[in-house]
Design a protein around this ligand. Structure first.
Ligand code: SF4
Ligand code: SF4
Length: 97
């Protein structure tokens, strides 16, 4: 799991739960703490770790998010930084603007 809650630091403020755009983080009402409900659907946006003011979220970005493993995968970089000649399939997608 790439997102972990460090319960020793967690103050149950609820910011991670409220801000996760994919509803990956659930809330345990009984214990009044967040938990990672759907780890496999996490998009690694990092919002939970940014919103947590108590250093209670450890977000490790998977290696696949850093490296272009497959040349046919959508580019992870900004379009202006991207080598479009290297990725002919992406070059066919009309660019915005
Ligand atoms: S990294 Fe993003 S998608 Fe994953 S749990 Fe945190 S806020 Fe949700
Ligand atoms: S944002 Fe941090 S401190 Fe607040 S509930 Fe989530 S993990 Fe706990």
């Amino acid at each position: 799991m790439s997102v972990r809650i460090l319960y020793n630091n967690c103050t149950s403020c609820g910011e991670c739960y409220n801000h996760c755009p994919n509803d990956i983080i659930g809330w345990n009402d009984e214990k009044n703490i967040p938990y990672i409900a759907y780890p496999e659907e996490c998009s690694h946006c990092g919002v939970c770790a940014l919103e947590c003011k108590f250093d209670a979220i450890n977000h490790i970005i998977p290696l696949a998010c850093y490296v272009d493993i497959n040349p046919f995968m959508p580019p992870l970089k900004q379009p202006q930084e991207f080598d479009w000649k290297k990725y002919p399939l992406q070059a066919q997608i009309p660019k915005e603007g």
